[in-house]
Write a protein that binds this ligand. Structure first.
Ligand code: PMP
Length: 287
């Protein structure tokens, strides 16, 4: 992915894509002192840009470092990177991490660096299987408790769990994996939150051990506007037998129906597909 043409915004300047490099003794590479965002631009407009920039700053603060830019400056840099790349429909990946000033475990002497890369990425899951619903296996890894790791941060360190889960799932022919949290409640997929349908009501886990997804919030608001009840509660895995539909939500995944999680089966129905279409209209400002 490092041999593309184009430009990446690095610490305030545009650098040719292939030259946007960091030293092997970068603190973040050894100790996971890195946070990032995933955003999408639709028709020239970045969806929920400021909430994403705010979450980037908040994630860094949760890891006890600050960014040398304000939210408004990050917003502007995101827009400028899309413009520089000539893209109006794309995925954005801002990343903030500690540099190579010191290799000590302590981060007291390391400077925060920020980079923003954008690329064309139309679909996270294969569009054909999406409407039928994707297949997930249970991950053997769990989301840690907030006393063990800053689980509200979109921190690279927490993605080790997601990477191991998703890689194992793909090796076995699944599209993704569903993780439980440390207590054994249903948590989230490796890059998306989860919703279930039961008698026309949506059920989704609370954000006490998972990422507070911006898409998840959008879907909760959208459901309220449509008069669909949303119950935010802990869900035990065996309860999946009582749900008729299931879908994932995330910036990259958008709204993706699910047909299978481990031993449980779902059929994408009117509610999931309706929300998927409404979300598609909302992000393209056609709602
Ligand atoms: N959970 C995880 C683990 C994720 O990586 C993502 C994607 N950022 C989400 C949930 C969904 O978050 P959002 O809707 O803000 O993209």
């Amino acid at each position: 992915f490092d041999d593309r043409d184009g430009w990446i915004w690095v610490d305030g300047d545009f650098v040719p894509w292939g030259d946007a490099k960091t030293h092997v003794l970068t603190h973040a590479l050894h100790y996971g002192s890195s946070v990032f965002e995933g955003e999408r631009m639709y028709g020239g407009e970045i969806f929920k840009l400021t909430p994403h920039s705010e979450r980037l700053k908040r994630s860094a603060n949760l890891l006890d470092f600050d960014l040398p830019y304000s939210v408004a400056e990050i917003d502007a840099a995101c827009k400028a990177t899309c413009e520089k790349m000539g893209l109006s429909d794309c995925y954005l990946r801002p990343v903030a991490f500690l540099g190579s000033e010191s290799i000590s475990v302590s981060a007291i002497h390391n400077k925060a660096r920020v980079a923003i890369a954008v690329w064309d990425w139309p679909s996270y899951f294969d569009p054909e299987t999406k409407a039928k619903g994707i297949r997930l296996e249970w991950s053997k890894w769990r989301r840690p408790d907030p006393a063990t790791a800053p689980s509200a941060a979109k921190a690279a360190g927490l993605y080790m769990i997601c990477t191991m889960s998703k890689t194992a799932a793909e090796r076995r022919g699944y599209a993704d994996a569903m993780m439980l949290d440390w207590r054994g409640y249903v948590a989230e997929a490796t890059g998306a939150n989860v919703f279930f349908v039961q008698d026309g009501v949506l059920h989704t886990p609370p954000v006490d051990a998972i990422l507070d997804g911006i898409t998840r919030q959008t879907i909760i608001e959208m459901a309220a506007a449509k008069g669909i009840e949303v119950i935010v509660r802990h869900i035990r895995p065996e309860e999946l037998a009582t749900f008729s539909e299931c879908f994932l939500t995330g910036t990259a995944a958008e709204v993706t129906p699910v047909s299978e999680i481990g031993e449980y089966r779902f059929t994408p129905g009117a509610l999931s597909l309706g929300i998927m279409e409404d979300y598609g209209r909302l992000v393209r400002r056609q709602a």
